[in-house]
Ligand binder design. Structure first.
Ligand SMILES: Cc1cc2nc3c(=O)[nH]c(=O)nc-3n(C[C@H](O)[C@H](O)[C@H](O)COP(=O)(O)OP(=O)(O)OC[C@H]3O[C@@H](n4cnc5c(N)ncnc54)[C@H](O)[C@@H]3O)c2cc1C
Length: 593
């Protein structure tokens, strides 16, 4: 008799779940096209930015990416979760199929999509990159992380490395022949990188000897081929204490020999492979650097600032992971709810069992999943547009992007977890068992609120650094704009007014502890506010006849968001302005009582 773990075992619904799960993902190209053409004003924005990209080109790229993701990466997702990565003789073996898929992915030019043409990239706008990432990681989150980290490494090098380092290391990274990794975290230095102890000493020939242990390094080692370029934070001997004494080094797995071939193993090794609750196909490594050769990137002691270039990009990408996993979980839950027959519709005279999607509570869950996913995506698009504009010299857009990034990272990843959890709920018991993959989406989603700066750290950033941008005006102006434009949507306008009021209170009378105590509820309110505003614009475009294909669905999803999600955010105000006194009413040792 077959066990329920084996492929091909039929469940009560009479389906092979693996085939069914594979069939339940479709790249959301129609939605992308609508947004490009009718909401984002893509072609106008591109021409204002002097970029030669039209909607047809962007859509053609996205369709091709969608095919790759659905046909090639999606089938690997389940096997990747079950098989996981292995450490064999000190080297990481990724699950079967991953290395070959990565090599084909790189050979087809996907890693270079949005990179600067000066370094061999194709120069497409960030939004096309983010949509491609969405499909990549919706179908296979473990696979998607590695190219996204490589892109972050490229951006940090492009912004901070000297010409010689750039010439040697950037082109193969941009092409994806080599991959990048970000080595910040140590066992005693997580959120607080000022505590890191990895050391670097000059060798006298322009290179450095880097020594220390880093934990949790994503794609720290793998078998995709090519070099692995670690960007490592370390201290020089004369470094001042704290974050002002951290420098950034490029430390590759392979060094060049005299002939320039990258074949000499550097003094670094994988100490262990982390055992994780999700993302099993993504190798998360404990890396030991034992006097490894590296090169300084940028100025001594200015490493954290350089690393922030990479982290900002990474935070947008991780926020995008929320939308990615949410889209995947929603599509699958919708397919299941249409298929699973259980109970008659309440009050129906003939008592015939119906598909569960006919029951009000399942409808509520599906619409919530759709509304949160589309809201998260709307925030992402708005953020990427501001980044593109900021990169072309628009200072106001740059400040706005700075404000949106923590909203996107924190709320987007919370959304990913919530939507994936609702996906399990819709599958009932079949969601709790592994066979349907619904549980994998939730397990995989759970890391996103933690890495790239925990969501608590994002919220702290919002109410400290971001609150004061442009003398405090940048944040107030954002909420005042929303309140004005949303005058016809009273609840959303009230939320925007509340956000502006809380921001003013935080800029004025609130103590630092008060601000930090209210930071997470405020961050959620602000994110829902901006997402609701962007969704409202989408609904208006659809109402104006812009997208007949979405004429029925978009207004319903947006209405759900405005009428059910926005009021919940309003309810967070009490927590945002409550201050810190109650939190410290008990000393730490008495909290156990
Ligand atoms: C699967 C995985 C992949 C990762 N990939 C990488 C990688 O590629 N490169 C890399 O360098 N690191 C990576 N990390 C590390 C990750 O970035 C850290 O785990 C994260 O920054 C949190 O640090 P920590 O785990 O030490 O938690 P801690 O810093 O100990 O935080 C614990 C809790 O305390 C809270 N907290 C801490 N300080 C404050 C504060 N000042 N105010 C309010 N709350 C606070 C946090 O929000 C959190 O809730 C990865 C981790 C995992 C699990």
């Amino acid at each position: 008799m077959k066990s329920c773990d084996e492929p091909g075992v039929r469940r009560g619904g009479g389906r092979f779940f693996r085939e069914w799960v594979l069939a339940s993902y479709a790249p959301p190209i129609a939605d992308y096209r609508f947004l490009l053409e009718k909401v984002l004003g893509f072609e106008q924005a591109m021409s204002e930015l002097g970029r030669d990209v039209d909607v047809d080109l962007a859509a053609a790229v996205l369709e091709e990416a969608g095919r790759l993701c659905a046909d090639r990466l999606h089938p690997l997702n389940r096997e990747g979760d079950e098989h996981g990565c292995r450490l064999v003789d000190g080297a990481v073996a990724t699950p079967p199929g991953f290395a070959a898929a990565y090599r084909d992915f790189a050979a087809a030019g996907w890693p270079a999509l949005s990179a600067d043409p000066e370094h061999g990239g194709q120069g497409l706008p960030l939004i096309v990159q983010l949509w491609t990432d969405e499909m990549l990681s919706a179908t296979n989150l473990s696979f998607g992380l590695c190219p996204s980290l490589t892109r972050g490494a490229c951006e940090a090098l492009a912004a901070h490395a000297d010409a010689e380092l750039k010439a040697r290391w950037l082109p193969p990274l941009v092409r994806g022949e080599w991959t990048g990794a970000m080595a910040l975290t140590e066992s005693a230095a997580g959120s607080d990188l000022s505590l890191l102890t990895t050391r670097a000493e000059p060798r006298g020939d322009g290179s450095y000897r880097v020594s220390g242990s880093k934990i949790f390094i994503s794609s720290g080692d793998h078998d995709y081929g090519g070099n692995i370029v670690h960007l490592v934070l370390a201290r020089l001997a004369d470094a001042p204490p704290g974050v002002k004494g951290i420098s950034l080094f490029l430390v590759p797995k392979f060094l060049p020999d005299a002939a320039g071939n990258f074949c000499l193993r550097n003094a670094m090794s994988v100490g262990a492979l982390e055992k994780k609750m999700g993302m099993h196909a993504q190798p998360t490594c404990l890396m030991n650097f034992d006097g490894a050769t590296g090169w300084l990137i940028g100025q001594p002691h200015r490493g954290l600032a350089a690393m922030f270039t990479m982290m900002n990009n990474a935070r947008i990408n991780v926020g995008n992971q929320g939308a990615q996993i949410a889209e995947r979980a929603t599509q699958q839950a919708l397919a299941y709810a249409r298929d699973r027959v259980q109970s008659a519709r309440a009050g129906s005279p003939d008592k015939t069992p119906v598909a569960i999607i006919e029951h009000p509570d399942v409808r509520r869950m599906i619409l919530r999943m759709k509304a949160l996913t589309e809201g998260c995506r709307a925030l992402l698009y708005y953020c990427s547009g501001q980044v593109d504009r900021g990169n072309c010299g628009d200072e106001a857009a740059k400040n706005r992007a700075e404000i949106i990034v923590p909203l996107l990272k924190a709320w987007g990843t919370d959304i990913g977890v919530e939507v994936a959890s609702l996906g399990i709920q819709i599958h009932g018991g079949m969601g709790f068992v592994e066979e349907t993959g619904a549980a994998q989406h939730w397990r995989d989603s759970r890391i996103a609120p933690i890495y790239e700066g925990t969501n608590g750290i994002q919220a702290a950033d919002l109410v400290t650094r971001k609150l004061g941008l442009d003398g405090g005006e940048a944040m107030i102006a954002l909420f005042e704009t929303i309140a004005r434009e949303a005058a016809g949507e009273r609840t959303l306008a009230t939320l925007a007014e509340d956000c502006a009021g809380i921001a003013r209170w935080m800029q004025g009378e609130a103590s630092l502890d008060d601000r930090l105590a209210g930071s997470v509820p405020f961050c959620t309110m602000a994110a829902v506010c901006v997402a609701g505003w962007q969704l409202m614009k989408q609904a208006a475009a659809v109402a104006a006849g812009a997208a007949p294909a979405l004429a029925e669905s978009k207004p319903v999803t947006v209405r759900f968001f405005l009428d059910r999600v926005v009021p919940e955010a309003l309810g967070l105000k009490a927590g945002a302005v409550a201050g810190a006194d109650l939190l410290y009413a008990l000393p730490a040792e008495k909290l156990a009582g």
